[in-house]
Write a protein that binds this ligand. Structure first.
Ligand code: GLR
Length: 418
């Protein structure tokens, strides 16, 4: 089934003032939505990053895909690799200090692979999970993803989550999430306050939600000694400690002294990183993410590799919409070795580009959507609105500097390491 047209729609949606070690999520999260329009009128959907650097890569590849067969995934990958070969990718959304060429190819291919699998499924009348080998679970568990946050957006508007900078407010946020979505495990984004305050936040959550597995992720903002100390103070409390400190060497030093496994989506981000990290004993859990691990099938390959080495697998997320959530659910449902509840930012978004109803949380889990392909349908009006928001607030470039239109940052990222 040949691709006749590739339609790229950059979109923006309001992101609450969530805090991380890099700064604040404000005011919009940017995503790309791709429609692979095929002969016979079949359309496959994909979603990925929406920063300018990534959109530039998609725009280079898209025209090369017309005439290609959506059932020829190796051919699609070769086309992406050939088109982007030699491109250098600026670090717009990774926290790892730059995307290598192979990570760029993996990320761009992943977007088109998901859209091609969606088109295949729609053509065959089968859900994507079946194209990935069939389901090993009917529904996929996610964890509540908590953030420290400001109470007001940069434009002064408040949201219903309120300000969260204390242990009490964190517990309130967790309760809101759990009441609404039924989550049975909790992740806290750290690297924002003093590590002792964040430790106290975790302890408050442990008291308030006994039996809920807990994780904290300071995005590598802590030194090795701080990480070892906090790991000891949270002994018996955390199911895993995510990216406390940068690099495989630092992680290995912490892992040698921590009782809980260390998880990462920062020091292991490509297949080439697995051997050095495993050899050093740096990670006990790899956080997969099909958006940069080369798509859904490569995520399954990652899972098999982790299983062979006795390493756990969970799933990372960035701010995203329903196409990405559907893709995450399909791959997780088809992947045997998935050892923890997955991350998702989905509860934080206020709008979506997919029609409501296909993706629902119950007991913290999302059932595999029923329909063919990814099982989600684009809502054209919602897509148009999100695109208008992108045109107002997406990234633009002047004098080689990339910035967001109509936005003055209100939070300085940390320069100190705790
Ligand atoms: O480990 C994570 O969850 C991430 O790094 C994902 C996001 O970028 C997270 O830091 C965020 O949303 O602020």
């Amino acid at each position: 089934m040949k691709i006749v047209e590739v339609v790229l729609t950059p979109v923006a949606f309001r992101d609450p003032p969530l805090l991380n070690a890099m700064g604040v999520h404000e005011p919009y999260a940017l995503r790309s939505v791709v429609e692979l329009r095929c002969e016979d009128g079949v359309v496959g959907l994909g979603e990925s990053y929406g920063d300018l650097a990534f959109l530039d890569q998609i725009r280079k590849v898209a025209p090369e895909l017309t005439g290609r067969d959506v059932f020829d995934l190796p051919g699609l990958r070769r086309t992406v690799a050939r088109t982007l070969g030699g491109a250098v990718f600026a670090d717009e959304h990774g926290l790892t200090g730059g995307f290598s060429v192979s990570k760029t190819v993996a990320s761009v291919y992943a977007l088109f692979e998901v859209a091609a699998l969606d088109a295949q499924g729609r053509r065959l009348g089968r859900p994507v999970v079946d194209l990935l080998g069939g389901r090993v679970r009917e529904e996929v568990d996610f964890s509540a993803y908590l953030f420290y946050k400001y109470g007001a957006h940069a434009d002064g508007t408040q949201d219903h989550w309120g300000e969260v900078l204390t242990p009490e407010a964190l517990v309130r946020q967790a309760r809101q999430m759990i009441d609404r979505y039924g989550f049975t495990s909790i992740k806290l984004k750290g690297g924002v306050l003093d590590p002792d305050q964040e430790r106290d936040g975790v302890l408050a959550l442990a008291d308030a939600f006994p039996g809920h597995p807990l994780r904290i992720d300071p995005n590598a903002a802590w030194t090795v000694p701080t990480s070892i100390r906090v790991a000891r103070e949270l002994d018996g409390v955390l199911e895993y400690l995510e990216d406390p400190t940068p690099g495989i060497d630092g992680m290995a030093q912490v892992a040698a002294r921590a009782s809980m496994p260390l998880a990462t989506n920062m020091c292991v981000v490509r297949f080439e990183d697995l051997a050095p990290a495993f050899r050093a004993g740096a990670v006990g859990v790899v956080l997969s993410d099909h958006h940069f691990w080369g798509g859904l099938r490569d995520t399954q390959a990652l899972s098999k590799t982790c299983e062979a080495f006795g390493v756990g697998l969970s799933m990372h997320s960035n701010s995203h919409l329903g196409i990405s959530l559907a893709a995450m659910v399909h791959v997780a449902a088809a992947t045997e070795h998935l050892t923890y509840a997955c991350d998702t930012h989905w509860p934080w978004r206020e709008v979506d580009v997919v029609a409501p109803g296909a993706l629902e949380f119950e007991g913290g889990a999302v059932a595999v959507p029923d329909g063919p392909g990814l099982g989600v349908e684009l809502d054209p009006d919602a897509l148009a609105r999100a695109h208008e928001d992108y045109l107002r607030c997406g990234q633009t470039k002047r004098d080689d500097v990339t910035y967001m239109r109509n936005f003055v940052p209100s939070f300085q990222p940390h320069t100190a390491r705790w």
